[in-house]
Design a protein around this ligand. Structure first.
Ligand code: SAM
Length: 277
């Protein structure tokens, strides 16, 4: 098996050999350094036997997953060219590799294989956050998510209250998971080379959310609160009678949204939407 893997073409050759057209619209920046893809997989410390990779592209990360992890791998890419490039890997790993060609944005990946499930992915930059929000809604189905985003997006996901990056994405993520930054990856590690740095982060689902509120309510409230980031929270929440709710909860109405904790947002969301529905 190891010899067969060693004999696979490198990623640049795989692209050339299959006459691949690279689509910017699909966020196609491919990792070609297989030491780096090994490092990402080694840092994903989950033994979950179902491993899901979104956007395998030419399969650099897929190779590392199959080599380092045991278990069944599901890959989903929107681009049919990916299946062509994964064909050599399929010949080696057979039933351990399941190749799906579909839009992962509309695919219920939380139902793939058997629990526990882990996700390892270098996400397409244009739809990565939308995918994350979808998966957060089904977070109980995952054991661990190891995800690569553009650095600026990763910073927003792991941001703490009080920081300039804190907002809807960090609140929803850290309400449900423990988020950790693993490491940055420079643009030069990809073909074609993007202008920005990427960051690998890890999300470990909590056994329960840090406060009991519905996803819909917290999503609605954080959207409203951060639509006017620089304004006082009482101003952003004017339409839902925010001043009264803030007083009841003993939260200063003069604070800016980034100064409120996740639990404070949960309490406001519950009072504004859940208890009134
Ligand atoms: N995993 C590869 C790597 O690390 O080199 C490729 C990562 S590349 C940043 C993103 C991949 O996601 C591309 O292969 C692209 O075709 C795929 N992709 C883009 N939009 C997608 C979608 N909506 N559903 C599934 N795959 C998508």
């Amino acid at each position: 098996m190891n010899n067969k893997i060693k004999n696979l073409s490198n990623i640049s050759e795989t692209l050339k050999k299959n006459n691949i057209k690279i689509y910017k619209s699909l966020g196609q920046n491919f990792l070609f350094d297989l030491n780096l893809t090994d490092k990402i997989v080694r840092n994903s410390k989950s033994n979950a036997s179902t491993i899901i990779e979104i956007g395998p592209g030419p399969g650099g990360l897929t190779r590392s997953i199959l080599k380092i992890k045991s278990g069944v791998v599901f890959t989903i890419d929107k681009d049919l060219q990916s299946a062509k490039m994964l064909n050599d890997l399929k010949q080696i790993y057979k039933h351990r590799l399941n190749i799906i060609i579909d839009d992962a944005l509309n695919y219920p990946i939380w139902k793939l294989g058997n629990a526990p499930r882990q996700v390892i992915a270098n996400l397409p930059y244009n739809v990565g956050t939308k995918m994350l929000i979808n998966w957060l809604k089904h977070i109980r189905n995952f054991d661990l998510l190891t995800l690569m985003f553009q650095k600026e997006v990763a910073d927003r996901i792991i941001a703490k209250p009080g920081s300039k990056n804190y907002g809807r994405l960090s609140i929803l993520t850290n309400w449900l998971t423990q988020s950790t930054k693993l490491f940055d990856i420079p643009g030069k590690a990809f073909i074609p080379r993007p202008k920005v740095t990427s960051t690998v982060i890890q999300l470990k689902p909590l056994s329960k959310p840090i406060y009991d509120v519905s996803f819909k309510s917290l999503e609605k409230l954080t959207h409203l609160a951060f639509s006017q980031r620089r304004k006082m929270i009482q101003t952003s929440l004017k339409n839902i009678d925010g001043r009264k709710i803030l007083e009841e909860l003993d939260i200063s109405p003069q604070l800016r949204p980034q100064d409120l904790s996740i639990i404070e947002f949960c309490k406001i969301a519950r009072k504004s939407y859940d208890l009134n529905s």
